[in-house]
Design a protein around this ligand. Sequence first.
Ligand SMILES: Cc1cc2nc3c(=O)[nH]c(=O)nc-3n(C[C@H](O)[C@H](O)[C@H](O)COP(=O)(O)O)c2cc1C
Length: 371
Amino acid sequence: MTLRRSLILGGGAAAIVGAGTVQALDREVGSLDAYTVAVAGMRAAWKRTSEVDELIRYATLAPSGHNTQPWIFRVTDHRIEILPDFARRTPAVDPDDHHLFVSLGCAAETLALASAAAGRPGEIRFEPAGGGSVVFESIPAAASRSALVDAIPRRQSTRGEYDGRAVGAADLRALATAAAVPGVELVLITDRPGKGRIRDLVIEGNTAQMADAAFLRELRSWMRFSPREAIRTGDGLFSATTGNPILPQWLGKRVFDLAFRSAAENDKYSRQVASSAGLAVFVGQSTDPQHWVSVGRAAQRFALQATALGLKTAFLNPLVEVPRTRLELAELVGMKGQRPDLMLRFGTGPALPYSARRPIRQIMSGATPHA
Ligand SMILES: Cc1cc2nc3c(=O)[nH]c(=O)nc-3n(C[C@H](O)[C@H](O)[C@H](O)COP(=O)(O)O)c2cc1C
């Protein structure tokens, strides 16, 4: 897609751009087609080999908060360690690194599924030493190929509206079974009044976040408004993946400051909740990094199973990120005193462009950090 086709911002923005500069801006923005080709390479179907680079590439297709990819992989004989990359923290939205460890759990589960299918099954373990890490260790066992593996490159956080269709009881059972990880409880909400109460909490949480300058500053720093910037960094939230127009990075930041308002976001969230078949709330047994990793594993298994069933999922986390709404959610799901960790919505709807990933060489232990 060119800039001309994607810039649908009306007179004000057209005046900022100026007719004579459109070609130069086209070059600056890059093309959505080139982006799609690059991302398709990152997500290429797996070669079904236990080659370590290939397993790690698959692991990085896991979701992460703001697409920060806060992981470093260290490989030794029978172990692949996934270390937290604290340089990629998001302290405003995630002050205690909860989402960071959840993201490591998502990557570890993806790695384990791929490795088992490649004939090298293994176990995932949390190691508390040195700030905490996740270890995947091969064990002698029969290879097992889970149906979830094929869903790894097809899963995405689909942030559009869904079509409101319900999910049948058998599929709900399959989702709950796939997400069964020790130490994590799953609550599914599919009834209209329940969804209405969740919608109100999402709106309350989002309104609080939109009034928080540090939250907005941090979110903006992870926004990628152009295909060129999204490919250059290989991380962050590319506007096309949320159904928003593509723009030069500098202009996108200005539009973000001028046009990102809580009323419009809250309307969008209302429609997203109403159009979803249901909501899945994940609650870890304890509030510590070990359980946050387990929550990530459960959520990733849920999302992969949903993908295998032809369903879409998206995280909807303002209500677990804001302490007040998190408490209210705990009461709503009958778990007062516990910490609801994550919420995913699910349903049927069209796909959006996929998000990018950083190359393997940047995420291996000893790699030079990318600017
Ligand atoms: C712990 C965690 C929290 C997240 N919170 C949100 C969220 O509140 N809203 C949202 O739209 N996406 C959220 N995401 C999704 C990420 O933004 C997404 O995984 C990332 O951009 C990569 O895109 P992908 O999932 O399509 O591969 C979250 C992901 C994780 C792992």
